[in-house]
Design a protein. Structure first.
Lengths: 175, 183
């Protein structure tokens, strides 16, 4: 392990974030390369566990970075990794929003927006596909997924009820 | 039918809204943010939400983190961006550290694993439903280009698992070019 783990956490995640188009989930392979192969912060098993924990923990998906930082250098590591992953890109996002909104009425902006929306929706659909594939291994898990999808789409039920029901279904051990 | 936004949130409301989303956002923050912003508070229409999310997604970095900054900037400038971001990232940061501690101690308990499997299956269902809801505005007025582009991206990145950057480099400019020609 590096003698200055906080420094390497900051540099790795700040660089990673600047190239992460398509979100945190798209950057998972690169995070794996850094944490397991290059820096050897974690074993394969520890990385898989961190990914699973980040998935089931509430919050944005990027929270896996916090876990990796925590694993490497405790609370300070968690804070440094999270700040490095979000800080520079947030400043960039703020500046870009200001710039973008200056061209509110430009016809090219409307075309870019109209063009990018379907691409975005395709990407979300793809991640729904990947996440379902990872979560559904039994017929009961499939039933939970389908029921949650249908009830969320057709009703205004608070999804927390569905999560409670799903957790109880999980307790049976058949999900 | 989309209802025009009626209110603009203040800074405290913005912070509480994103913090409230963050603490329940199992399976990622997107479905919960959309539910709050479009369905409950009506701060944005379905179309506005799609455009804002799409813009955030094409910026480098985590999607929902970017989304909170873009949304916060539009509704409250730099201060709005800061409070939205803090709301979204603060509570989960605390929770995940507690989870990490618990997991280090009890991670091998089979019961916990079973409960987590159930939650993961529900989270997948929630994301599927939210994708469907976001896709609804694509189908307005007999529109066909948007649905085709979305389907192509989905098939390429999902079932075929082609490299994301190549799919984006080809399909994003194509989609924008088509939108420009048909404007």
């Amino acid at each position: 392990m590096n003698s200055n783990p906080l420094g390497s956490l900051a540099v790795h995640f700040a660089l990673l974030s600047l190239f992460a188009i398509g979100g945190a989930n798209a950057a998972i392979p690169e995070m794996h390369r850094i944490a397991v192969e290059i820096e050897r912060w974690m074993t394969e098993r520890q990385f898989t566990d961190a990914f699973a924990l980040a998935q089931v923990s509430p919050g944005p998906n990027v929270i896996i970075v916090t876990l990796i930082g925590y694993h490497v250098a405790g609370l300070a590591g968690a804070l440094v990794a999270t700040a490095a992953m979000t800080g520079p890109t947030c400043v960039f996002a703020y500046v870009m929003t200001r710039l973008w909104d200056r061209f509110k009425d430009a016809p090219w902006r409307a075309a870019v927006q109209t063009g990018l929306v379907p691409v975005s929706i395709g990407l979300i659909a793809a991640s729904a596909y990947v996440i379902s594939g990872a979560a559904v291994h039994t017929w009961l898990a499939g039933a939970v997924t389908v029921a949650t999808a249908a009830l969320t789409f057709f009703t205004r039920l608070n999804p927390l009820w569905l999560f409670t029901a799903a957790a109880l279904a999980g307790l049976t051990g058949y999900v | 039918m989309s209802v025009p936004p009626v209110k603009r949130p203040g800074l405290l409301e913005l912070f509480l809204a994103f913090a409230g989303v963050a603490v329940v956002a199992f399976g990622g923050a997107l479905p919960w943010s959309r539910r709050l912003i479009v369905e409950r508070r009506r701060w944005m229409t379905a179309e506005e939400f799609n455009e804002t999310f799409s813009f955030a997604q094409f910026l480098p970095g985590a999607n929902m983190i970017n989304f909170s900054v873009v949304f916060g900037t539009r509704f409250g400038g730099a201060a709005g961006a800061a409070v939205a971001l803090l709301g979204l990232i603060g509570p989960p940061l605390v929770i995940i550290c507690v989870v990490a501690l618990l997991y280090a101690r009890y991670g091998n308990l089979q019961t916990l694993g079973h409960i987590l499997s159930g939650i993961a299956a529900a989270a997948a269902g929630l994301l599927i439903a939210m994708t469907a809801k976001m896709a609804v505005p694509l189908f307005k007025r007999g529109e066909y280009v948007g649905p085709i582009i979305a389907a192509l991206v989905f098939v390429a990145v999902g079932p075929f698992s082609l490299p994301l950057q190549w799919v984006l480099i080809v399909l994003a400019p194509l989609s924008v070019a088509i939108a420009w020609v048909r404007r």
